[in-house]
Design a protein around this ligand. Sequence first.
Ligand code: SF4
Length: 352
Amino acid sequence: MINELLAKAEQKLELSREDLISLLSIEDPVQLQRLFAIADSIRQEYVGDEIHLRGLVEFSNYCRKNCFYCGLRQSNRLLSRYRMELDEILDTVELAQALGYKTVVLQSGEDTFYSLDQLIGLVRQIKKRNKLAVTLSIGELPRHYYEQLFAAGADRYLLRFETSNPDLYARLHPDSRFGHRMLILRWLKEIGYEVGSGSMIGLPGQSIEDIANDILAFKTLDIDMIGVGPYISHPDTPLGGEPDGNLAMTLKVIALTRIVTKDTNIPATTALATLKPDDGREMALESGANILMPNTTPVKYRPMYALYPDKVCIGEASNQCWHCTQHRIASIGRRLGLGAGMSPHKSISPSM
Ligand code: SF4
């Protein structure tokens, strides 16, 4: 049965929800390796051997929300908070470009401190001074914000749905609505962004059926970049003490996401490195992933951007992360992407 499904995946035939549930249940090491090899071959055929880097700038850890799994949640009084000045963000972005990055990801909690005009000015300045694709990951905003930030030059927007199960979503997000998040993902596509989303594997209360539905949702929503990472329990949240997600299941989801969506961009997430620091990200890159997101946030802020505990690359300067990343890419026989790594799925050029 599993071997037949693996053959179906290899022939690139459409996989049903039941097929995905069976493949997510694989435990036999030989079948598991075959699944990863199929995903790796589809990755090579559709998006090639290049690994594209996204320089991550975590510019504020303030958040107005209280997602149950997240260390940045507003009610976490144990976290020291910071906000970078606009000039400091610009300097950090310029350093990333000088190192060789072709994309920066500006990420924060849902922080209402920065006005729309300030954010527009920031995007405009970055696009004027640099040749970079700009990704924003700053949460839920009114539609006209997304429109004006796109008009200012932002190329991509990341907004993960974390789980496609509306009931589980409601239990984890006391101040967000599942239907509204899905609506925003549709807005972003309509406006013209390259859209990133993703899910968390091993969330308390999540079933294997939920995970199969997540994979199908990536395809239905026509997502261009798909981040899949393990749930990692943060002690200062309501879910503190729950078991972490597991590496093998996360890799299976990455592999099946590649097999189902084929030409999307899929990062090897940093959370994987927390579960397996030596080679967790390399394992993902050999199971269907093609993107890395090294941290370019000034080192003094990094320990405070504590979405989850034991994040890797907290103490290394940005140039160390750059060189470490080159080494990791070479170690698995792949090569650094030279362009902005826009999604072949969307096939547009960044506005540089
Ligand atoms: S997941 Fe995002 S929106 Fe939710 S608390 Fe964390 S930073 Fe805020």
